[in-house]
Design a protein around this ligand. Structure first.
Ligand code: FES
Length: 66
């Protein structure tokens, strides 16, 4: 599904950018072009980063308790 209409960037592309190291909306913009126009996709990009960071924290916590 296209998330960024301005730059024609899909949710998959944004997710992949976050998984491969983009840690800020600006990083995502540099890598994919998303959020380089009107900014309406900014919340989605931010949410992807936060979800990724939460998963990392849960993973680290589960490794510490194992
Ligand atoms: S929808 Fe992404 S910048 Fe406009």
């Amino acid at each position: 599904m296209i998330i960024c209409i301005c730059a024609n960037v899909s949710d998959r592309t944004i997710s992949e950018a976050v998984r491969t190291g983009c840690a800020s909306v600006e990083d995502i913009t540099m890598k994919t072009g998303a959020c380089s126009g009107c900014g309406q996709c900014r919340m989605h990009c931010q949410s992807e980063i936060e979800a990724h960071n939460t998963l990392l924290q849960v993973s680290e916590m589960s490794q510490q308790t194992a």
